[in-house]
Design a protein. Structure first.
Length: 378
């Protein structure tokens, strides 16, 4: 911009400048803001977007825009894209997702995960088994990075919740995951030198059975040098029915980001990775399911709530935004999910949506939107 000098340009110049400044300030105030500085927001859709009709896909991503999200987190499943060995990659499935996000100015965070039958270990009957050959998975990841880097996809999450057997079978294995992570990170960065890699979002389980706690799993990955392969650590600190800003009960999972003796921050600092941020790539609360619902105040005696009321979900959504903004290590908060997946009450998994299955909005939709739009720290 040319320097404006005092003196002979006269009153007309200053009047024009005042008009321009007034317009600029008004335009800035009226421009839509996707998030307050410091934390970016998103919606996680799992593996649903690739199977939607064009109309459904548009509606789902329009909701991301409406709530003020920047990020769309969606599975880029190896099993979907390369179902047979040496066959063509079926990129068109994910191309639609990237294209719809591009049209809306949204960034895509693909979750690289899930193993096609031909790439599984012998005897494995599920796509949640770790790949038999990590380098084959890495080749798929590198091909994805080459395809989507020109379309401004530069962040990649490697697997989902690898610390619990639901998503890493037959049992979580930090050493095997680290091998996969390092190979995948190399391949992605070779294909796109500007790429960033997110360690697969760690669940916060009760560590019963074969689950491994997020701190223990992260410590094992860092001890094997996995920290050098990532630019952020993914984490899923579901706290319901508690609010994330507290530090008791389920909310301890959020506190483990930076407030406990075994916090992720302490682990990262101990491994010379203190500047590595945490991306909360899933967070939410279900509003239906078996058993009682909690409103955050009362629970039927002797019963453990499996879900929350819609009003409580709205409180949790708003408080998550505020708490994320108060947690220095957190750079991204991604809500799971946009819409309920069904009406079967035998499982709470169907009811994490901001919308009900019939498409009507729950109170959490507006609560999340308003919290994101609020002034920083509001």
């Amino acid at each position: 911009m040319a320097r404006i000098r005092r003196g002979h340009r006269g009153a007309a110049t200053w009047a024009a400048l005042l008009v321009w400044l007034t317009w600029a300030l008004t335009a800035t105030a009226c421009a839509p803001s996707r998030s307050a500085p410091g934390v970016e927001f998103g919606i996680a859709y799992g593996n649903r977007l690739v199977w939607m009709s064009d109309r459904e896909l548009s509606a789902a991503l329009d909701d991301a825009v409406t709530v003020g999200a920047r990020w769309v987190r969606a599975d880029l499943s190896w099993a979907d894209i390369q179902p047979v060995p040496h066959g063509d990659f079926l990129w068109w499935k994910f191309d639609r997702v990237v294209g719809a996000a591009e049209e809306r100015g949204l960034d895509v965070l693909p979750v690289l995960a899930y193993t096609p039958p031909w790439a599984r270990p012998a005897g494995c009957g599920t796509d949640k088994c770790a790949p038999a050959d990590p380098e084959a998975f890495a080749a798929f990841a590198g091909a994805a990075a080459r395809r989507y880097a020109p379309r401004d996809v530069h962040r990649w999450e490697v697997w989902n919740e690898p610390n619990i057997p639901v998503f890493w079978q037959p049992a979580p294995d930090p050493a095997a995951y680290t091998t996969l992570l390092r190979a995948t990170s190399r391949a992605v960065r070779r294909a796109d030198p500007s790429a960033g890699v997110v360690l697969g979002g760690l669940a916060a389980p009760d560590t019963s059975g074969r689950d491994i706690s997020a701190p223990d799993f992260l410590a094992a990955v860092l001890a094997r040098g996995g920290g050098r392969s990532v630019d952020a650590v993914g984490y899923h600190p579901y706290t319901y029915p508690a609010l994330p800003g507290t530090a008791t009960g389920p909310a301890l999972d959020w506190a483990r980001i930076d407030r406990t003796r075994d916090s992720l921050r302490r682990l990262l600092t101990a491994h010379d990775a203190a500047d590595t941020p945490v991306w909360i790539t899933e967070f939410g609360a279900p509003t239906n399911g078996p058993g009682p619902a909690s409103d955050g105040r009362t629970t039927p005696a002797g019963e453990e709530p499996t879900h929350v009321t819609e009003g409580r979900q709205a409180q949790i959504a708003a408080e998550a935004v505020r708490t994320a903004r108060r947690t220095p290590l957190v750079r991204t908060l991604i809500w799971y999910t946009e819409r309920d997946q069904g009406t079967d009450r035998s499982t709470p998994e169907n009811f994490f949506g901001l919308r009900r299955y019939d498409g009507t909005a729950k109170p959490a939709f507006g609560a999340l939107r308003d919290a994101i739009a609020a002034p920083h720290g509001g």
